[in-house]
Design a protein around this ligand. Structure first.
Ligand SMILES: NC(=O)c1ccc[n+]([C@@H]2O[C@H](COP(=O)([O-])OP(=O)(O)OC[C@H]3O[C@@H](n4cnc5c(N)ncnc54)[C@H](O)[C@@H]3O)[C@@H](O)[C@H]2O)c1
Ligand SMILES: O=P(O)(O)OC[C@H](O)CO
Length: 331
């Protein structure tokens, strides 16, 4: 497991009792703190690390050697770290998978705004690769609360490796060969959760939230299909499932950004108060730009971008969405 934020740590805690698992951190001081405390106090406080879990902190140029000693590699960094990790792992013989949910940010110096599998195709095309996604708050998985995930890859061997690694008593892992669809769902739900956080923070009501979730699902599906995904994927765990969880669950960092901005905090204040990554903040603009290039209409995502960019105040974002022309529901 390469990366020990909340999610990498939680999945490592979940799988370590059944596997020989190595948790790698780029920061040697933080690795030392994990070994000393038997817990990741910075990112997942209150959860004991299983005794057999190996905590390592090799320099990034030793990552490939570390990966070669394992049957499955899981990159657990935010999207911002994925390209560098895939470049470092491009000759890895084992399946390489990732947990991050987003598009590469528009301001990352990589102007195309790619999904994980598109980055992999560009920088490490020889890998057998895939993603693990679905509705899952790290704290609940770490506590062993029942959760269902989806293992997505074009390669059956990668799907099987993810299922074998993570399927367990409290974690059901389903398989899906539609990696593009699974990745679009995981990325777009973060942007939509900012919108529902805003809606709930402004106390617009339950009707409004249901409207945002439903019309947001339509936006997500339109973009996914334009990017080559299957429509039915968006009715599954990484689409509807993760959208419902993230848009309504108060453990969501993306939802919190919307809630805090509705209370009058600036974007910077909201982001600083999280202490964790909120991927929707970084990929909302990319979502809208890619949708625009494909001729896909995404009014909710556009309103989120206008809010994050300071072009609209929270109340104006609502007026803009409600003031659009009447439209057919399908289309
Ligand atoms: N937390 C969850 O409940 C959850 C669940 C499912 C998916 N995810 C996704 O997993 C990804 C990671 O989320 P998280 O909650 O663990 O984030 P986090 O904010 O808790 O931790 C991020 C971790 O990544 C490390 N990191 C940042 N940039 C890095 C880089 N370039 N190289 C190596 N390490 C780097 C940080 O030091 C930190 O340890 C995100 O894309 C998130 O959307 C999170
Ligand atoms: O806390 P969030 O908003 O990053 O969401 C975490 C997970 O992606 C939920 O599935």
């Amino acid at each position: 497991m390469l990366g020990a934020g909340a999610w990498g740590t939680a999945l490592a805690v979940s799988a370590a009792p059944r596997h020989a698992l190595t948790l790698w951190l780029r920061d040697a001081a933080q690795a030392q703190a994990l070994r000393r405390d038997g817990e990741n106090r910075r990112y997942l406080p209150g959860v004991a690390l299983p005794p057999g879990l190996q905590v390592r902190d090799e320099a990034p140029d030793r990552l490939l050697a570390l990966a070669q000693a394992h049957d499955l590699v899981v990159v657990a960094t935010p999207m911002a770290g994925l390209r560098g990790m895939l470049q470092a792992l491009r000759r890895c013989p084992a399946p390489v998978t990732w947990l991050c949910k987003g598009f590469e940010a528009a301001d990352s110096g990589q102007p195309q705004g790619l999904l994980g599998h598109e980055i992999q195709a560009a920088v490490a095309p020889g890998l057998a690769a895939g993603a693990l996604s679905g509705p899952s708050f790290a704290q609940e998985v770490a506590r062993g609360q029942p959760t269902a995930l989806v293992a997505a890859s074009a390669h059956a061997a990668v799907r099987d490796a993810l299922v074998a690694a993570f399927h367990g008593p409290a974690l059901r892992v389903y398989a899906n060969d539609d990696l593009a669809g699974v990745e679009v769902g995981g990325a777009v739900k973060n942007v939509l959760a900012i919108a529902t956080g805003l809606c709930d923070g402004l106390q617009l009501g339950l009707n409004a939230r249901a409207a945002l979730v439903t019309r947001g699902l339509a936006e997500m599906t339109r973009l996914g299909v334009a990017l080559g995904a299957r429509p039915d994927t968006f009715m599954g765990l990484s689409g509807l499932g993760d959208l419902v969880l993230t848009a309504t669950g108060d453990l969501s960092r993306n939802r919190k950004v919307g809630l805090l901005m509705a209370q009058g905090r600036t974007l910077q204040q909201a982001v600083d108060s999280l202490g964790h990554v909120a991927e929707g903040v970084y990929c909302a603009r990319t979502v809208v730009e890619r949708a625009g290039r494909l001729g896909v209409d995404m009014p909710i995502a556009r309103a989120v971008v206008a809010l994050l960019d300071g072009q609209l105040q929270p109340g104006q974002a609502v007026t803009t969405l409600m003031g659009r022309e009447p439209a057919a529901e399908q289309g």
